[in-house]
Design a protein around this ligand. Structure first.
Ligand SMILES: Cc1cc2nc3c(=O)[nH]c(=O)nc-3n(C[C@H](O)[C@H](O)[C@H](O)COP(=O)(O)OP(=O)(O)OC[C@H]3O[C@@H](n4cnc5c(N)ncnc54)[C@H](O)[C@@H]3O)c2cc1C
Length: 352
């Protein structure tokens, strides 16, 4: 039986381990960080296809939502819920164009009047004239989901840092870690921002954008935000314990900032925006999480065969949304040789 080594214990590595296990494969995971990963542990966790960069990107993200639903049907107790999203990041003609574009792609979009928004979000202070409702969208904390998928996969997790990939006669043979060498029949890099350094010795320069992200979690509050709420200057969701989760940047998925401001200033500004959204609520700082988002140079996922046989890549932003479908498709390809057209636009070879 083939032995697969996955580098990375975030949502991508975890989803791959689970799908390989379903195909009867033996899996080990090597990771610097504990089960739950790095970017995965700082993520907003909004599962959506309303944000996309191209039609193929939309279709992959849309299938990502379906793959999440398959996971919840297979495994009890996953931290995935489907509250839908109320969205008015754009207004006026831009909002209408967004609705038309998404409907044309086959996405479910409802237009909400001011009265319907107020009825759905009674705690909202400033209520816009109109908003879009994306009922297909959901939420999952990727770190919690990763831990559940790794447990279900039965994978062995080794806490170590991979210093280099090893190869023999042009084929991947394993890795060299700070704890020693590990051999495998195939290696999958689900190592997020750590991936370019591992590929460099093969002459493969994987470009990555520098996109730091800062998340704020508040104190527990009464139920005030039953959906993912996306306003022009703030996205926010509320978890089952009542904490609000809020990215410190507006429209965080298309955020282009290469650096964050001083944390106290940025976090305080985020708190002020939340208090303006939900007036009268006692909203206070709970904790913060920061990570670099693993965004490849063109913003799109990098999935497929690496620079040598036996080496595979799965690196992506919006991994909370995409990891389950990417894992299904990549494992079909690795184990069964079935190349999905859904991945055609996201191949590593575009950077070679
Ligand atoms: C602030 C923020 C908000 C986000 N919001 C959303 C959102 O709303 N919706 C969405 O879909 N996506 C969102 N994302 C993106 C999403 O969270 C990431 O795309 C996803 O978590 C990436 O998962 P991953 O497993 O690929 O990487 P990571 O979680 O970063 O895991 C990488 C793993 O690789 C390991 N690793 C790296 N190099 C090595 C090495 N040399 N040796 C050993 N181990 C190594 C690390 O230890 C880690 O375990 C957000 C990200 C951030 C930071």
């Amino acid at each position: 039986m083939s032995q697969t080594l996955i580098i990375g214990a975030g949502i991508t590595g975890a989803a791959l381990a689970y799908q390989l296990h379903r195909r009867g494969q033996t899996v080990s995971i090597v990771s610097t960080h504990a089960e739950g990963g790095l970017a995965s542990a700082a993520s907003f966790g909004w599962l959506n296809a309303s944000y996309f960069l191209s039609r193929p990107h939309f279709h992959l993200r849309h299938q990502g939502l379906a793959a999440h639903r398959r996971l919840t049907a297979q495994l009890a107790g996953l931290p995935t819920s489907w509250p839908g999203c109320v969205w008015y990041e754009a207004t006026g003609d831009a909002l209408a164009e967004t609705a038309a574009d998404l409907r044309e792609l086959g996405y479910t979009v409802e237009t909400l009047s001011k009265a319907r928004i107020a009825a759905r979000l009674p705690a909202l202070g400033p209520v816009p004239e109109t908003a879009l409702h994306f009922p297909e969208e959901g939420v999952a904390d990727p770190a919690t989901l990763a831990r559940a998928l790794i447990a279900a996969s039965g994978a062995t997790v080794i806490r170590a840092t991979v210093q280099a990939l090893t190869s023999d006669r042009g084929r991947a043979t394993g890795v060299l870690t700070d704890l020693g060498p590990l051999t495998a029949d195939r290696v999958i890099l689900a190592s997020g921002t750590g991936t370019p350094a591992l590929l460099q010795p093969f002459g493969f320069a994987l470009p990555m954008l520098k996109r730091p992200g800062l998340m704020l979690k508040t104190n527990a509050l009464p139920p005030i935000c039953p959906v993912v709420l996306a306003t022009p200057d703030q996205e926010v969701r509320q978890d089952a314990e009542g904490h609000l989760h809020a990215p410190a940047s507006a429209g965080h998925q298309r955020d282009h900032a290469e650096s964050l401001g001083a944390f106290p200033v940025v976090l305080n500004a985020t708190l002020q925006r939340l208090r303006a959204l939900f007036p009268g609520q006692q909203i206070h700082f709970g904790r913060q999480a920061m990570a670099l988002r693993p965004v490849p140079g063109d913003g799109l996922p990098v999935v497929g065969q690496g620079p040598v046989p036996g080496l595979w890549l799965a690196v992506m932003h919006s991994g909370a949304t995409l990891a389950p479908v990417v894992a299904e498709l990549l494992v079909d390809e690795i184990v069964g040789g079935d190349e999905s057209p859904l991945l055609a636009d996201f191949r590593p070879a575009r950077f070679q």
